[in-house]
Every structure is written in structure tokens, then in C-alpha cells.
Design a protein around this ligand. Structure first.
Ligand SMILES: Nc1ncnc2c1ncn2[C@@H]1O[C@H](COP(=O)(O)OP(=O)(O)OP(=O)(O)O)[C@@H](O)[C@H]1O
Ligand SMILES: [Mg+2]
Length: 236
């Protein structure tokens, strides 16, 4: 390998019946950077994340993580190797408290787990709401809770599927800061987001999907003026 990637996709394809949701997609992520994944609705972003995390089994191609193939692994096996993710549609336990939502995903001894969970809740400004049922939190707070939960397992690679959607301005700025801090800690971040300000603000490199195909990759400012990208967004 010429470059050492933490995650590398080689010609990954995923079909649903007649739809090719991801089409021969290849890309590589270098450790310790923030990457963006954009594309119009239905262009295959979430499916690509699902193929990485084992939620969907790719039809063709290979997914390599730290030099080992992980396509074919189950979601919990992928998670255990150090890949964490949040979901576009929130998956929290509404009938558990905010704190309990974090405690259920860790294998740490209870004292350490509580300490870590409280730190993370503080990080996303939910510490005062730790004993509130997650179902009573606002939509934006639930997204932040899910974000805190993914950090409980201390993943090296973090996939975020539209983390900013529905999060208010104040919380959004905190969220961006937390994501930057993760990068400072050496983590690799891969973000799907429709909010271009978030993508342009955070990403060091952006990949663009259209009808499941990667049509461009590069620096955010270059992507913005790429003709194929403009065509994909406005030319339909
Ligand atoms: N489980 C499924 N069964 C059938 N078709 C699916 C399934 N999941 C996704 N698709 C289809 O695959 C394509 C890609 O969907 P996907 O959700 O990955 O897009 P996306 O880029 O995440 O879109 P959005 O920006 O709206 O979240 C779409 O045509 C979608 O309808
Ligand atoms: Mg999606």
C-alpha cells in the first residue's frame, strides 16, 4: 500500500433489488483526519456507512480496516474493532435515562463507567439532564446523547450520519467543537451531513456520491466548485 489508510473501501457495491445504492465505491481514510461524505438524497451515503459497519452486507468489493478485511463481519464485531457510529434515525432507549443510555453500551466496571458517562454528558451539555428519561429530551438533545453514547466505547473511527440535523445553533457550535476535539485526540471522523457549513467547516477532505457512485473527492473548497458536483445537486 502506498498510503496507510485506517479505512479503505475497494469497489464496494450494494444493491437493493433493481437499485444500485452503492456503485463500485473506492475511498481511503488516513488516520486522525475529518472526512465528509455528501451527495443528494438517496445517493447511498447511509448505505455506505451500513456496509462499513456490517449492518448491510455488500454485494461486491472489500472493506479494509487497519489492514484487515471487515466486510462480512457482524455489526458488534465491527464495533469491537473500534468503529463507532451514530444513526440518521436516532436509536436511543427512550425509557432509560440519559445516563443509563450510556451505561448500557460499556463493559467498564460500574464506577469507571459512571465517571466516563458523566464526563461525556457534560461534554455535550446534557449533564444536568442525566436522570431525565431520554424520551423526554428534545430531538437535538437526543442526537447529542447518541453522539455521547458512541464515545463511551472509545472508537478510533467515528461515523456520524447527519449529526447536525435538528440540533439548535448553540448546541451545534458545541457539537462542532467536540468533533474537533476528537480529531485532536487522534480519532478519525467520517461525517455525512447535508448542512454544507458543517461539512466545509470541519472536513479536510470531502467525498461526493451521486446515484451510489463516487463522483468527486477533494478539498472542501474545490468540491464546491466542481462541475459534476454542482450538476448532481442542481442538475436533476
Ligand atoms: N433497505 C433498503 N431496501 C431497499 N432500498 C433501500 C434500502 N436502503 C436504502 N435503499 C435505497 O438505496 C438508495 C440509497 O439510500 P441511502 O439511504 O443510502 O441514501 P442517502 O444518501 O443516505 O440519502 P439521505 O440523504 O436521504 O439520507 C435509495 O434509492 C434508497 O431508496
Ligand atoms: Mg442517509
Amino acid at each position: 500500500m502506498m498510503e496507510s489508510f485506517i479505512l479503505e473501501l475497494r469497489e464496494v457495491t450494494k444493491r437493493f433489488g433493481g437499485i444500485t445504492a452503492v456503485n463500485r465505491c473506492s475511498l481511503g481514510l488516513t488516520p486522525g483526519k475529518i472526512y465528509g461524505l455528501i451527495g443528494p438524497n438517496g445517493s447511498g451515503k447511509t448505505t455506505l456507512f451500513n456496509c462499513i459497519t456490517g449492518l448491510e452486507v455488500r454485494d461486491e468489493g472489500e472493506v479494509h480496516y487497519k489492514g484487515e478485511r471487515i466486510d462480512g463481519l457482524k455489526p458488534h464485531q465491527v464495533a469491537r474493532r473500534g468503529i463507532g457510529r451514530t444513526f440518521q434515525v436516532i436509536r436511543i432507549f427512550p425509557e432509560l435515562t440519559a445516563l443509563e443510555n450510556l451505561l448500557v453500551v460499556t463493559r467498564l466496571p460500574i464506577d469507571g463507567a459512571r465517571r466516563r458517562a458523566r464526563e461525556l454528558l457534560e461534554l455535550v451539555a446534557l449533564d444536568r439532564l442525566q436522570n431525565e428519561y431520554a424520551g423526554n429530551l428534545s430531538y437535538g438533545q437526543q442526537k447529542l446523547l447518541e453522539f455521547a453514547r458512541v464515545l463511551m466505547t472509545d472508537p478510533e473511527l467515528v461515523l456520524l450520519d447527519e449529526p447536525a440535523a435538528g440540533v439548535n445553533r448553540t448546541l451545534l457550535n458545541e457539537l462542532l467543537q467536540v468533533i474537533r476535539n476528537l480529531r485532536v485526540q487522534g480519532k478519525t471522523i467520517f461525517i455525512v451531513e447535508h448542512d454544507m457549513k458543517v461539512i466545509m467547516n470541519l472536513s479536510e477532505k470531502v467525498f461526493v456520491l451521486n446515484y451510489g457512485e463516487k463522483i468527486a473527492e477533494g478539498l472542501p473548497e474545490m468540491i464546491q466548485s466542481d462541475e459534476r458536483v454542482i450538476e448532481a445537486y442542481f442538475g436533476r
